[in-house]
Design a protein around this ligand. Structure first.
Ligand SMILES: Nc1ncnc2c1ncn2[C@@H]1O[C@H](COP(=O)(O)OP(=O)(O)OP(=O)(O)O)[C@@H](O)[C@H]1O
Ligand SMILES: [Mg+2]
Length: 269
């Protein structure tokens, strides 16, 4: 080997060592988390973040240790929905301690975004690195549930997140409309290809305006559980806290979904 080849070989070994260290740190962190549940949809704006946040606060409200992780890199809205004002603290062991709100620990890519209006364009390897970094550096402590708000669609971003984060299962959010249904079929098929469990379908925005039933039909069509419908309500207009904490009716809906998610995870555990 000439000196250049030797240097290359050393660099390769060093990169492998770093990768190994990172993997070890991540599995150490994740070992303390009982269930990792992704919330996902084929298209944007169907209420993913709303479902993730309300599911998380409902589980916490009923006594579970819960964290929420926002990996919707292009559009990290969890911080706003959870009303988190402070960035994570850094512990003595140089790990980030997620701020806690409504009984839920919150970590988001949005903490590291300079300007809220700025659109971030990420590519596969960058997403992979950013998620790894975030997973490696966060000290969640012991959690019963980590709810993960995923980017919508079937592009690079959600795929990379799914491959990087070893999740126990997914909740798919859809609307009572036909178009969402087609998107949802596509996304569920994609998830199935990655061999990740689909825990079931939630229909959001159910009611007079958009109708109801598409979620249930979709679940039946794909032979996966239907977890429940969430009505379109004015309660969501009050953004001072998640609707499940201000409306008994919303809390009841989310309790039903939480119960089903727990049941669907049981055989996985
Ligand atoms: N059941 C509901 N009733 C009334 N409003 C709702 C309901 N669910 C969600 N919303 C509202 O709809 C808007 C979009 O919801 P949300 O941000 O959760 O969607 P999303 O799927 O996360 O969007 P994105 O793809 O941009 O991340 C929000 O303003 C939210 O408050
Ligand atoms: Mg969202």
């Amino acid at each position: 080997m000439n000196p250049q080849q030797q240097a290359q070989a050393r660099a390769k070994v060093e990169a492998m060592r770093r990768q190994f260290e990172q993997k070890r740190a991540i599995s150490e962190t994740l070992a303390q988390i009982e269930h990792k549940v992704g919330v996902y949809s084929g298209k944007g704006g169907v209420g993913k973040t709303t479902v993730a946040v309300n599911l998380a606060v409902t589980l916490a409200n009923d006594g579970a240790n819960v964290g929420i992780l926002d990996v919707d890199i292009d559009c990290p809205n969890v911080i706003r929905a959870m009303k988190v004002a402070e960035a994570p603290q850094v512990s003595g062991g140089r790990k980030m301690i997620p701020p806690q709100r409504f009984g839920v620990k919150v970590m988001s890519m949005g903490f590291f975004q300079q300007n809220e209006e700025e659109a971030i364009i990420w590519r596969g390897p960058m997403i992979h690195n950013a998620i790894n970094q975030l997973l490696q550096s966060t000290d969640w402590g012991r959690l019963d549930y980590l709810v993960i708000d995923l980017p919508p669609g079937t592009s690079d971003a959600p795929l990379t997140v799914m491959q990087t984060l070893d999740m126990d299962g997914f909740v798919v959010v859809t609307t009572p409309q036909e178009l969402a249904k087609i998107d949802a079929v596509r996304s569920i098929n994609m998830i199935k290809k990655l061999q990740i469990e689909v825990l079931g379908v939630v229909e959001n925005f159910t009611g007079e305006i958009f109708g109801s039933g598409a979620g249930e039909e979709l679940a039946e069509h794909l032979a996966i559980p239907f977890l429940g419908s969430i009505a379109m309500r004015a309660d969501y207009r009050d953004t001072s806290k998640p609707a499940a904490l201000s409306s008994g009716a919303v809390l009841k809906e989310y309790r039903g979904i939480a119960k089903q998610v727990g049941a669907a995870l049981a055989p996985v555990a």
